[in-house]
Design a protein around this ligand. Structure first.
Ligand code: HEC
Ligand code: HEC
Length: 343
């Protein structure tokens, strides 16, 4: 999302991709006045989404075995790496990567791995460092999985990185492909409303994720049938899904599960934003804290995403407005002051 600035009118979307030099240098080097290299019009129903290869084509050799193991780890993460993991105890909760990276990271607009391999190593603002794909996997193991990073030479990390590379077969190096990001979403001109979100949650989400967002475990308690959305066993503060817009875009294309699709969302944009605000409202819903809190996130303030709910900021808006919006005044302020607009 970092390098995209979008203006939306009804179903027609104008996507402007900021210069590739900017991608190579990381967002720290980018701002709104960067040159644009590509402009194209797309509709929500377009068929240009990226298609990963079929799993049947994974070769039957050493590399293929590693890719298959990586996929298995992404789907059955808690079994292998969870608190009672059979090969190592790295995760602090019993969620699986595929609870968020839907269809093992192959679903359009479902936090997929389409272009991941093609875009790493990459500058990451939260850590203010260049990370490899393996470092980025460890990021998710630390947050949202509330765990401890795996050794970089562990077979499991190599397997997951190999699988991620395979998912992105034919993705152009350095670039994005259609469907690899969050769904387009029209912002609302008021703050997101957790009270409205509570009603939407009760009607559309609680049947699976539980009245208290706790999810439903399998009878053997090994992992979830329906993963939790808040509480001590859910994703941490400061992880990507803890951001209202990040998770609202995901909800729009994918939730309620098996009903919503990116071609045919169930909730309106407004409902997605309100329910995301309800789920991620720290005033009513506890979730695990970041572990090593002495290391600040986004030490370079100019690359802090606009919906990141913890200050300080380079602009004049409160943490509450950053978290819940309205976002447009923040975006306008950033543009007027030549600050990057990062999502
Ligand atoms: C609670 C949800 C959640 C879980 C569980 C989770 N992730 Fe993530 N992960 C995310 C989100 C959200 C992003 C950011 C996606 C984006 O920016 O569009 C992300 C990003 C990533 C990225 C970078 C993707 C890119 O293209 O930049 C990788 C790699 C990754 N996760 C791997 C994993 C692996 C492997 C696991 C399991 C060990 C895992 N994640 C578990 C939510 C999750
Ligand atoms: C029919 C059951 C069902 C309903 C209804 C449903 N979900 Fe989900 N949700 C799931 C399942 C199952 C997953 C994990 C997907 C997987 O593992 O393939 C999931 C995953 C998620 C995730 C990412 C994983 C996590 O736990 O953080 C979020 C966020 C989420 N759902 C939010 C919602 C919201 C908000 C609603 C209501 C608008 C909703 N869901 C409605 C079943 C459901």
């Amino acid at each position: 999302m970092n390098n995209l600035f979008r203006s939306i009118s009804k179903n027609r979307l104008k996507v402007i991709i900021v210069g590739t030099a900017c991608i190579a240098l990381g967002i720290a080097a980018c701002n709104n006045s960067a040159p644009t290299t590509e402009t194209k019009n797309i509709t929500a129903k377009d068929t240009l989404v990226f298609h990963p290869p079929d799993t049947a084509t994974i070769p039957h050799d050493d590399m293929g075995n590693m890719i298959r193991y990586g996929r298995d780890l992404v789907v059955n993460t808690a079994y292998y790496l969870g608190p009672n993991g059979t090969v190592g105890k790295y995760l602090g909760n019993k969620m699986n990567c595929a609870n968020c990276h839907l269809d093992a990271g192959t679903r359009p607009f479902g936090y997929n791995f389409f272009s991941t391999h093609a875009r790493y190593p990459q500058y990451r603002g939260r850590e203010n460092k260049i990370l490899t794909v393996s470092d980025r996997i460890n990021n998710c193991i630390e947050r949202p999985h509330n765990g401890t990073p795996m050794p970089l030479d562990s077979k499991e990390l190599i397997a997951m990185a190999s699988y991620i590379k395979w998912v992105g077969t034919n993705a152009p190096v350095g670039g994005h492909v259609r469907g690899d990001e969050g769904m387009e979403l029209e912002y609302i001109n008021r703050p997101a409303d957790p009270n409205k979100g509570a009603v939407i949650f009760a009607e559309n989400c609680a049947s699976c994720h539980g009245k208290n967002g706790e999810g439903i475990m399998k009878p053997d308690s090994s992992t979830y049938i329906y993963p939790p959305l808040w509480g001590p066993l859910s994703y941490q503060k400061g992880s990507s899904p803890h951001r209202v817009l990040k998770v609202a875009r995901f909800i729009k294309a994918n939730m309620p599960n098996l009903k919503a699709t990116w071609q045919k969302p169930v909730l309106t944009d407004e409902q997605c934003i309100d329910v995301a605000a309800f789920v991620n409202d720290d005033r009513i819903h506890p979730r695990p804290e970041k572990r090593n809190r002495e290391v600040p996130d986004y030490p370079q303030l100019k690359v802090k995403p606009i919906d990141y709910g913890t200050g300080p900021y380079l602009d004049t808006f409160t943490a509450i407005q950053h978290k819940f919006g309205p976002y447009k005044p923040i975006i306008d302020y950033h543009k007027a002051h030549n600050l990057p607009v990062v999502f």
